[in-house]
Design a protein around this ligand. Structure first.
Ligand code: FES
Length: 251
């Protein structure tokens, strides 16, 4: 298969970027999208040009490192999968493919297709731990958790923190991500200590990082590779409002 790639090239955060065209030939249909970019980088090295920088690690949809905006969609045309799980058979021979980085003020471009998503780490750090002493690990099943709570919690915990929700949102909102983080603690008995403080701190950090407000258009959930549901935003709103109304645990 042959492709024309239009790839965003940007030297650093403050430089002006632009789309640069590359022709790629003899790509096999079973190659992953990232392997196709590896082939391009091999060609660039052979020509003495600078490789295209892009984020990746596990290449199996687990770590959330990969973050490419492909033909106007986060992670490309495949639903419920990260771009590392996308294969070239999803495209037609001769296609032009436009590849851009996530675009959000809170995710500045580091170089080419690589973005700084440490804002997510700081949100998790702001509220994602329990400071009480929990003692040694309890026996399994010592704290009964109803099946439907387990299932809903696992759905929230499926978030891989890639940032596709932010990239998909016209407001660059991080509400789906924060909703998933707050939900997976709020629903379990183990997450009850500091529950209200956690919601308030994570929302405050989200705002401080410069993410936009949620207008509930739902693009985030549609493009989420882990299929994290919009219910998590509703739950976050409920947790935050309840915390503000009933708690004195404010900073
Ligand atoms: S590289 Fe880990 S999820 Fe894509």
């Amino acid at each position: 298969m042959n492709f024309t790639l239009k790839i965003w090239r940007q030297k650093n955060t403050s430089a002006t970027g632009k789309l640069v065209s590359y022709q790629l030939t003899n790509i096999t249909a079973d190659m992953s999208f990232l392997e196709m970019l590896d082939v391009l980088n091999g060609e660039l090295v052979r020509r003495g040009e600078e490789m295209v920088m892009f984020d990746h690690d596990c290449r199996e949809g687990i770590c959330g490192s990969c973050s490419l905006f492909v033909n106007g969609r986060p992670h490309g045309p495949q639903t419920g999968a990260a771009v590392c799980q996308l294969h070239m058979r999803s495209f037609s021979d001769g296609d032009t493919i436009v590849v851009e980085p996530w675009r959000a003020r809170a995710f500045p471009v580091l170089k080419d297709l690589s973005t700084d998503r440490s804002a997510f780490d700081r949100i998790v750090q702001a509220g994602g731990y329990i400071s009480v002493s929990t003692g040694s690990a309890p026996d399994a099943n010592e704290i009964p958790v109803p099946r439907h709570v387990q299932e809903t919690t696992m759905d929230a915990a499926a978030c891989i923190a890639c940032g596709a929700c932010v990239a998909a949102c016209k407001n660059a909102s991080a509400m789906l991500f924060v909703g998933a983080q707050v939900s997976r603690f709020a629903m379990l008995p183990q997450g009850q200590p500091e529950r209200s403080l956690r919601a308030q701190r994570m929302v405050a950090q989200m705002d401080a990082e410069g993410f936009g407000a949620c207008s509930f258009t739902g693009a985030c959930a549609v493009e989420c590779p882990a299929s994290v549901s919009l219910e998590n935003i509703t739950r976050l709103n409920r947790e935050y409002l309840g915390a503000r109304l009933t708690s004195s645990d404010t900073d």
